[in-house]
Design a protein. Structure first.
Length: 499
């Protein structure tokens, strides 16, 4: 193609120092663009007697922004130095300089204020000041419009490609899917039009299905990582978005039936349901809690210093379970004056307290009356419920992070933090139940007959869970009636609501 190259403006004289700036956007037809621009710059300088001092190039970079255009940004910095700046900066055209009309004008004027003339070899700019501004505005506007139209055309082409329903798509497919090059026709220049077609990866697609099936069967991420032999991921923390990726059921973004599914839809959505309940199950059914032999582990505290109690087991002479102040357990004997409390005696005393003091119509009437007196409106308690639910969510996240740390490092400090967070979580859940009960008490009227029915039902619930021998079920039942239990040298007792 033959170009008309416009002579330098009259303000640029033979012998003046010039720099050149070449750029291409990395398109398929621009592999030689920068090299060709530089050849033209050299010939142009020789013809007009200009001294080419430095050349700057940005290859495969968009002109829509100055981000990542290192050479361009270097020019702008160096031109601030009056000792080394050139008389003129030569560019192939203003589209190479910038396609954003605001950027083009801003940087053009910035260089002009530094005494550097920006000259386009292929854009005609009159030397008359008013005509120059008008011409430059027209060129910059046209470049920006072209860029937008080109961008829209590319997006439209990609949409059409995706909606063909044959798995054609740009970008990198997820694990288990591979992109195979496919020719779908010819371009205008006669060259083959090659696109990527998403198809199941013959090596990995079976591992993808295995991973989904195992999570659906409640297997841990560690077990899944081992079963898939590290072919998908080697670290269990890398599975964060894998199971939520709809690409495995044929979606590309929001477009269904784009490519072949790797797993059945029923399995995918079953796993989504599993993911929603998984965090709660990991917290509630964590081995530390499920296998705890004590009834009040996780929601009792030391009457001496206020720290949460931890549970222990002694096998010397007469094996027994006991409660011990968590602070004393972590920091040593001098940190708290409390002593170990036998679990059996403590639990018997507290259960007696619950049945004799709490599961009575007198106490239930007292709680309802107190709640009604305290809350003339429900606004305050509803705010507390919202705050408590938010706290439970935050504690749940903290527990998951700490669990990950324990599984990854086995750190004793992390295990202690886990026990502390789990205790705080139990207290928060108990608080939520208390607040919910108070709100209900404000809103309803309960007759003496109804109270007796409720109390009988509660007693029967305990008999059932006590017969079943499920410690967690007992804990859940007890937490309906007491905020927590106090353990100390002189006393072991349960707390009534609000006491």
């Amino acid at each position: 193609m033959t170009y008309i190259l416009f002579a330098p403006p009259s303000t640029v004289k033979r012998g003046d120092i010039v720099w050149t700036y070449g750029r291409d956007s990395g398109g398929p037809n621009q592999t030689e663009s920068v090299r060709q621009q530089n050849q033209e710059f050299i010939l142009y300088c020789e013809k007009h007697g200009l001294l080419l001092n430095r050349r700057f190039n940005d290859e495969a970079e968009s002109g829509g922004s100055t981000k990542k255009r290192e050479a361009f940004n270097t020019i702008m910095e160096l031109c601030d130095d009056q000792a080394i700046k050139p008389r003129c900066l030569l560019i192939w055209n203003f589209a190479r300089f910038a396609r954003n009309e605001d950027d083009a004008e801003f940087f053009f004027l910035s260089l002009k204020r530094q005494g550097v003339i920006v000259h386009s070899l292929t854009d005609y700019i009159p030397e008359d000041e008013n005509l120059e501004k008008l011409s430059r505005f027209h060129i910059n506007f046209a470049n920006a419009l072209f860029r937008k139209q080109n961008s829209d055309a590319v997006k439209r082409g990609l949409r059409d490609l995706i909606h063909m329903g044959k798995g054609y798509a740009p970008g990198t497919p997820p694990r288990g899917i591979k992109g195979e090059p496919v020719e779908i026709g010819k371009r205008r220049d006669g060259k083959p039009h090659i696109v990527s077609q998403w198809v199941p990866d013959p090596v990995l697609h079976d591992y993808v299905r295995l991973a989904f099936e195992m999570l659906n069967d409640k297997k841990s991420l560690k077990e899944i990582t081992q079963a898939t032999e590290g072919k998908l991921y080697t670290n269990k923390n890398s599975w964060a978005t894998f199971f939520k990726n709809k690409s495995y059921i044929g979606y590309y973004g929001d477009t269904p039936d784009h490519h072949e599914m790797l797993i059945p839809e029923e399995l995918f959505y079953s796993v989504q349901t599993r993911l929603k309940t998984r965090n709660t199950e990991r917290t509630v059914n964590h081995p530390r809690r499920v296998h705890s032999p004590t009834l009040f582990g996780g929601f009792s505290y030391c009457a001496e210093c206020g720290n949460m109690m931890v549970t222990g087991y002694s096998s010397k002479k007469h094996p027994w379970n006991f409660y011990l102040c968590g602070k004393k357990n972590r920091q040593g004997a001098d940190s708290c004056p409390s002593k170990r409390i036998g679990a059996k005696v403590a639990e018997e005393k507290i259960m007696t307290f619950v049945f004799e003091k709490i599961l009575t119509s007198e106490y239930l009437s007292e709680v309802i009356a107190e709640a009604k007196d305290k809350f003339t409106s429900t606004a305050d308690i509803e705010k507390q419920i919202t705050a408590t639910r938010r706290n439970i969510e935050n504690l749940n996240l903290a527990i998951q992070r700490t669990l990950n740390a324990v599984e990854k490092t086995g750190s004793t400090a992390a295990q202690e933090r886990l026990a502390q967070r789990e205790a705080e979580y139990n207290l928060a859940r108990a608080e939520l139940k208390r607040l919910t009960a108070q709100l209900s008490a404000v809103q309803i009227e309960i007759t003496p007959e109804a109270m007796e029915i409720i109390l009988t039902a509660w007693r029967e619930q305990y008999k059932q869970v006590n017969t079943d021998g499920n410690i967690n079920a007992k804990k859940a039942w007890i937490m309906q009636f007491g905020d927590c239990s106090k353990f100390g040298k002189e006393r072991v007792r349960g707390n009534k609501r609000g006491s």
